[in-house]
Design a protein around this ligand. Structure first.
Ligand code: HEM
Length: 419
C-alpha cells in the first residue's frame, strides 16, 4: 500500500500499541518513527492489560550503544517483543541469539567457521545461478507471484544445501518459518505459531539423530561432531542453533528480496541508474537492505540502571531497538526517505551491531546481490500487477505475495538481427 494511504501517528504517542501487528499495517511508518525520534527518542511504552511496559529506542546512536553493551543489556531473557514481554526464551544459554558471555563466544566462533566469506566462496556462484534460473522462468512466462514463484525458493535452497536438508522438505520449512516469525493474516493464531516452531525443532532433532549415525560434511554434521574444550555440544545446542539458521537464514532474506524488487519498480530513476551501470550492484544491495529492514526490532533486558539521553533505564526493564527507525535516522542518513542506490556512506544496522551482529550477514548480502544483478542483467521493465500482501507482524516487515510482470531484456545484437 502506498505510504500516503496510511494513517498518521496519533497526537499522543502513548496511544500507539507497538505490540499489535495491526499498528504497522495501518500507520505511516515514516511519520510514526520521525515522531518518536524527534519527540521521544527513548520512550516508555506503557503496559496494556497483562502486557508489561517496555522502552522504545528509535535513534541510531542509542540503538548502536545498546547493541554494543552486552554487559548491561542481556539477550538471555528474550530478544524480540514476543519473548521479552513474556519474560524469557526457553532457548536461553543454548541458542546463539539468546546466549551471552563465554558460551556465546565459543558457539559463535564454532559456527563462524561455516559462515565466513572464505568458506562460503563456493556457495556464492550457486546462489547467483539459482536466482537467474528462477527469474528466467518468470521472465519467460511474463507474469508471476514473485514471492511464491521466485523468492520462496532461494534462501531455503541455500540453507537446505548447507545443512543438507532433503529438497522435498524445504517448502514445508518455509511455511513453518513464516508461521513462526510472522503471520499471513491477523487470523492465524499464536498457537499455530508455537506449533510451527515446535515442528521445526522436531524436524531438526530427527535430522541431527540421522547425522550422528551417518555424518556428512554439511553444517549440521559439523556441529553434531564439534567439540569445545573436548566436550561435544549438547543435543539442545545443536538443534536450537540449526533451527535458528533455518529461521534467520530464510525469512529476513526473503523479505529483502521482495522489498527490493518493489523499491526498484517504484523508483524508475534508481532503476535506470542501476541498469545504466552508474552505481555498483554492491551499493544497490546495501540500499535495498537499509530500505527494506526486514527485522524491524530486536531487544534486550537491562541488567543495571543505565542513563540514556534524558531517561534512566532501570535494571530489569525490557528495551526494544527499532532498526526500522534507526536506518532512517536523519542524523545519520542524508534524505533518509529517498531510495538512493548510490547512497554512500550507508552504515545501516539491518544486521544489528556488536557481539550479536548477524552471523549470516555475508550470506544475506550475497542473496540480495544475486537478485540485484539478475534483475539488472535480464529484466527490461518491472511492473507491479497489484498490491503486495503485507505480513501481519510486529517483528518482520515484508510481504507474502507480490504479483509482477517482468519484461525480458534483449540479449544483444543477435536479437536485432532477428527483428
Ligand atoms: C542475528 C538480521 C540473514 C543467522 C541477526 C541480528 C539481526 C539479523 C538484526 C542481530 C540480533 C540481535 O542483536 O539480537 C538479519 C537480516 C538478514 C539475516 C536482516 C537478511 C537480510 C541471516 C542469515 C543467517 C542468519 C542468512 C544464517 C546463515 C543469524 C544468527 C544470528 C543472527 C544465527 C545470531 C547471532 C548471534 O547472536 O551471535 N540477524 N539476518 N541471519 N542472524 Fe541474521
Amino acid at each position: 500500500m502506498p505510504v500516503q494511504e496510511l494513517a498518521q501517528a496519533p497526537d499522543d504517542l502513548a496511544a500507539l500499541d507497538l505490540t499489535d501487528p495491526q499498528t504497522f499495517l495501518d500507520t505511516d511508518p515514516r511519520d510514526l518513527w520521525r515522531r518518536f525520534r524527534t519527540e521521544s527518542p527513548v520512550h516508555w511504552h506503557p503496559a496494556r492489560g497483562r502486557t508489561p511496559g517496555f522502552w522504545v529506542v528509535s535513534k541510531y546512536a542509542d540503538a548502536v550503544d545498546v547493541y554494543r553493551d552486552n554487559k548491561r543489556f542481556t539477550s538471555e531473557q528474550g530478544t524480540v517483543l514476543a519473548t521479552l514481554l513474556q519474560g524469557g526464551d526457553s532457548a536461553a544459554g543454548k541458542m546463539l541469539a539468546v546466549t551471552d558471555g563465554k558460551r556465546h563466544r565459543e558457539i559463535r566462533n564454532l559456527m563462524l567457521k561455516s559462515f565466513s566469506p572464505r568458506v562460503l566462496e563456493p556457495v556464492v556462484a550457486g546462489v547467483h545461478r539459482h536466482t537467474r534460473e528462477l527469474l528466467a522462468q518468470v521472465v519467460e512466462s511474463g507474469e508471476a507471484d514473485f514471492v511464491s514463484e521466485v523468492v520462496d525458493h532461494i534462501p531455503i535452497h541455500t540453507m537446505g544445501e548447507l545443512l543438507d536438508i532433503p529438497v522435498a522438505d524445504r517448502a514445508q520449512l518455509v511455511a513453518w518459518n513464516t508461521m513462526t516469525l510472522s503471520r499471513h493474516s491477523g487470523e492465524d493464531s499464536e498457537f499455530e505459531s508455537l506449533m510451527a516452531r515446535n515442528e521445526i525443532l522436531l524436524y531438526m532433532a530427527q535430522l541431527m539423530a540421522e547425522r550422528r549415525r551417518s555424518p556428512g560434511d554439511d553444517v549440521l554434521s559439523v556441529l553434531a561432531a564439534a567439540t569445545i574444550d573436548g566436550e561435544r555440544l549438547t543435543e539442545d545446542e545443536i538443534v536450537l542453533n540449526c533451527y535458528s539458521l533455518i529461521l534467520g537464514g530464510d525469512e529476513s532474506t526473503r523479505m529483502s528480496l521482495t522489498g527490493g524488487l518493489i523499491a526498484l519498480a517504484e523508483n524508475p530513476e534508481e532503476w535506470r541508474r542501476l541498469k545504466a551501470g552508474e552505481v555498483t550492484s554492491d551499493s544497490a544491495t546495501e540500499e535495498i537492505l537499509r530500505w527494506t529492514t526486514p527485522a524491524m526490532h530486536f531487544g534486550r533486558r537491562a541488567l543495571a540502571d543505565v542513563p540514556l539521553r534524558d531517561r534512566v533505564i532501570r535494571a530489569g526493564d525490557a528495551v526494544t531497538l527499532w532498526n526500522t527507525s534507526a536506518n532512517f535516522d536523519e542524523e545519520v542518513f542524508a534524505d533518509p526517505y529517498r531510495f538512493d542506490v548510490g547512497r554512500s556512506p550507508n552504515k545501516h544496522v539491518v544486521f544489528g551491531h556488536g557481539p550479536h551482529f548477524c552471523l549470516g550477514a555475508f550470506l544475506g548480502r550475497v542473496h540480495v546481490n544475486a537478485m540485484v544483478e539478475a534483475v539488472r542483467d535480464t529484466v527490461a521493465d518491472i511492473t507491479l500487477r497489484g498490491p503486495a500482501t503485507r505480513l501481519h507482524s510486529n517483528f518482520i516487515h515484508g510481504y507474502s505475495g507480490l504479483p509482477v510482470a517482468l519484461r525480458a531484456e534483449r540479449t544483444g545484437p543477435a536479437d536485432e538481427e532477428i527483428r
